[in-house]
Write a protein that binds this ligand. Structure first.
Ligand code: ZN
Length: 357
């Protein structure tokens, strides 16, 4: 059977796609293809009732945690909306209701045509649709008219938010959180998805994130995303790189004002494929020569942060993206100025990256 995401834009459709697939048990075979921000999910030898059963039981098991995350811990949905979120999730803990609505809405493409701006329905909540006008002060400014969606879109997007995003609260006194979502164009199999998700949810990655929280407001957001990705396990970087998909990082900073009102402070979409290939190349050098380049990248980054050299960090990660000789030149100058021996030998290894296409 096939399911189609509705067409509520790259961010929300990615959340809904994560919501659909991350509720499926690992023995279910499926493929996801993404094209222009829309996703098609092909599930082998199951019908809509099987899939609704999986999704409903997932919600039943996780609804308390989903509400606690969005309303309690991150404060991205206001307390006043908690009852409605609870009722949507409880409603879809019933697999019969789920199957009926899934059949009506997601079994063919284009469901979003019946929803959206100036349409009836639940006004979409901010963390699920961060470009909505009245919250967003940046370049994607829309008028603040109602953007109505159905409870199924909301329920699936909240599961996707809960399961598929990397959530990093800033250190106090700053009351804000960074949310990062890895999405793609192309094809990803269920097996690859399970592997990638298990790395994103691993204890090791969580520990790395705790360390990175100390530096997150010292460097620009896009540079921070690159540093974050370099802290994924080697295997996770390989899974992303070897999938038949081109990956994009969608990231948003949510600022909490007056205790419980979320506002957007920056939304960025960054293509990360070329950068991932640089990381993969560094891991390959590691395996061949045992020189641990990826570890050195982390050490050099930490040293640059400690010694307060944001310009050097930016130059380094810009080069990892462009691999251009002139960016390399800038990076080497900045790094040798700021770090010791580790930095110098690491620069020689970096120079190999210019040999890649
Ligand atoms: Zn809908």
């Amino acid at each position: 059977m096939k399911l189609f995401t509705p067409g509520h834009g790259f961010f929300m459709d990615s959340l809904i796609m994560y919501g659909l697939v991350s509720s499926l048990p690992s023995h279910v075979e499926y493929y996801v293809s993404g094209n222009a921000g829309l996703f098609e999910i092909e599930i082998e030898s199951r019908d809509v009732h099987d899939v609704a059963n999986f999704l409903a039981s997932y919600i039943e098991r996780h609804k308390e945690s989903i509400i606690d995350l969005l309303v309690g811990r991150l404060k991205l949905i206001q307390k006043g909306s908690q009852k409605r979120l609870e009722s949507y999730l409880s409603n879809y803990s019933n697999s019969g209701v789920f199957a009926k609505d899934l059949e009506k809405t997601y079994m063919s493409p284009g469901h979003a045509q019946k929803e959206g701006r100036r349409q009836k329905g639940q006004h979409v909540w901010l963390p699920l649709y961060p470009h909505i006008g009245k919250y967003f002060t940046g370049e994607y400014k829309y008028s603040p008219s109602n953007y109505g969606v159905c409870p199924l879109c909301i329920a699936l997007a909240t599961i996707g938010f809960y399961r598929g995003t990397i959530k990093i609260p800033y250190n106090p006194p700053k009351n804000a959180s960074l949310v990062v979502l890895l999405s793609f164009e192309g094809e990803v199999s269920g097996k690859e998805f399970t592997n990638i998700l298990s790395h994103l949810e691993s204890e090791a990655f969580d520990q790395n994130i705790k360390k990175l929280r100390l530096i997150m407001d010292k460097i620009p957001l896009n540079t921070f995303i690159y540093v974050l990705l370099a802290n994924l396990a080697k295997e996770a970087i390989l899974y992303l790189y070897e999938s038949k998909a081109a990956w994009t990082s969608l990231s948003t900073t949510f600022n909490i004002v007056k205790g419980q009102v979320a506002q957007i402070r920056g939304y960025e979409e960054i293509f990360i494929d070329k950068y991932l290939s640089s990381l993969v190349y560094l891991t390959q050098i590691d395996e061949k020569y045992k020189i641990n380049s990826l570890k050195k990248l982390q050490i050099v980054t930490e040293n640059l942060i400690k010694s307060g050299e944001p310009a050097a960090i930016e130059a380094l990660y810009r080069f990892m993206n462009t691999r251009s000789p002139s960016d390399l030149y800038m990076t080497i100058r900045q790094i040798t100025k700021a770090t010791g021996v580790v930095g110098r030998s690491f620069c020689e290894e970096l120079a190999w990256l210019t040999q890649l296409a």
